[in-house]
Design a protein around this ligand. Sequence first.
Ligand SMILES: [Zn+2]
Length: 606
Amino acid sequence: MIKPECIKKLKEVVDIVEVVSEYIPNIKRVGKNYFVLCPFHSEKTPSFSISPHHNFVHCFGCKYTADAIKFVQDIEHINYYEAVEKLAKKYNVQIEYVDEEQQKILKEKYDEAQLLTELLTNVAEVYHEILLNSEDAAEARRYLISRGVKQETVVKFKLGYAPDGDFISKNYKSIPKLAKYDLITLYKAGIINFSSKHSGIEKYDYPYDYFKGRIIFPVFNLVGKVVGFGSRIIPSKKVFYSDGNEPPVYINSPETPVFHKGNVLYGLFQSKEFIAKEKSVCVVEGYMDVLIMFQEGIKTVVAPLGTAFSEQQAKILKRFCEKIYLLFDPDEAGVEATLSAAKSIFSVGMYPQVVQIEQKDPDEYILQYGIDQLKNLITNSVSVVKHVVQYYSKNKPQFSVTEKISLLNKFIDMLNVVSNPVIKSELIKEISTELKIDEGVIRSEQRKYNKVYAKSVDVQNVISNKPYTSEEELLWICIHYPEVINEIDDEIFSHNNIYLEIFKTLKTCFLSSKDINEVVSQLQPPAKDIVIRLVFDTDRKIKITPSSLEKKIKELFTEIYKIKIKKRYLELKPIVEEMLQEKVVYNPQIINEFKQIVETLKLARR
Ligand SMILES: [Zn+2]
């Protein structure tokens, strides 16, 4: 367990706007709050709201609520301790654990990741040097030139060459950048592997290089550290192995503590600023497509690493842009890859378009027809449904019933992951038009999918357009000027259970120095919603300044007192009438209270 005082310190120094802006671009300031598109649900207008003063975020669309620590946990998919460590490092807060053992384990894990990315970044530089200068890499250089890759691109993407033989495992001790590491670390980073050999009766492990005779494509994380490699064999090395198998053309680093194929995108580090600026991205299949498109002027391009485009990758892109174009190969595998990628993209609430390229991969297309021609194709991109139907209907006058059913099943599979109702309805319309099947039939075919979805909301409207009750105004003061809370007695809210609960929770939390996150987590709607609205309403129409605070509180007390009395009057009136008609037992205390209330109300009216 982390010592509570460390968490408290961290929460004091953390700047939640800064933390959020590291993950989501285009944060807008409105008054004292900040707004941005929600990373956890799909929306067109920002309802993800950040209150810098309260270390608090809330999405008015999907109701997500968090402080900086929870936000980092959720957006990075890491646990509480990892999130705390990460923020503590950023804000220079020393984290101490009650439990020393746990601290040790976590530190080791963190240090290992640091060590591996540092090593991989060094290895990338070694491979890069070789590609640029070594005699061994002559063929690799020729190959890249033949594929249209220019020197500037080689440098920008730090392409490298892994020589044949076991270059790293044999020489690493004499390579200055690698000399301080050991074989085990090289193995953990996925640079070398071990193989067992028998000599006589003894069996021993010998190390060999993971990449041999290959062009190396380093994969960077978002901060520019290398986490793994993609690679392509150069043509002359494409000889049979001793076991008679041909080596694979492409291989990636194995999964390591820092490399998970489904969580990274090739080219994103180099293209992210352009993607955020243009709010769109092209997803292509290969490293070469990324390099040539970027080089020739479409700088918003990424590729998955030889695996299907995952939902996690779609989520990453969603942080940077609104539009995704799919540019996959024009063959059946490409169409299936398009469908699979589209599913990942639909499931995060985005709507991809397909760029239709005839006969060629994007890189070859550009080199033959020029970048402007490809830009044209992007402008004329079509929907996924249209693309798939066009592909399968090639050279056919019309679909047979069996073919229609097979295609419909593909689409229904896709529909099942869509939770956004607008996207879903649009897709059903398209399927209906393209396959000439009634919309009702498609809807009934599609299994009911009970995923909850959040709708877009007009945040400003929710926050500030509804008038406040006097009780809410007083609660607003308690939230934004917590120093007054001790002066106010529960009694003032006793006529309304919701306000009373809110006030009591605020009081207990603030007095034990817990923040608004704790308050919100203890409350249920509608009390919770009231508090959230009050937190974000920092630009109140009633202008309160610290000097007018006391006067305002007094006014509100008078107002609320009137409300309480009126409420009591309405409660007592029928009882008193019944007493006077002798329908119930006469109670002088109640009659007295009623008389007093009537007098007070008369006074107030004057
Ligand atoms: Zn949301």
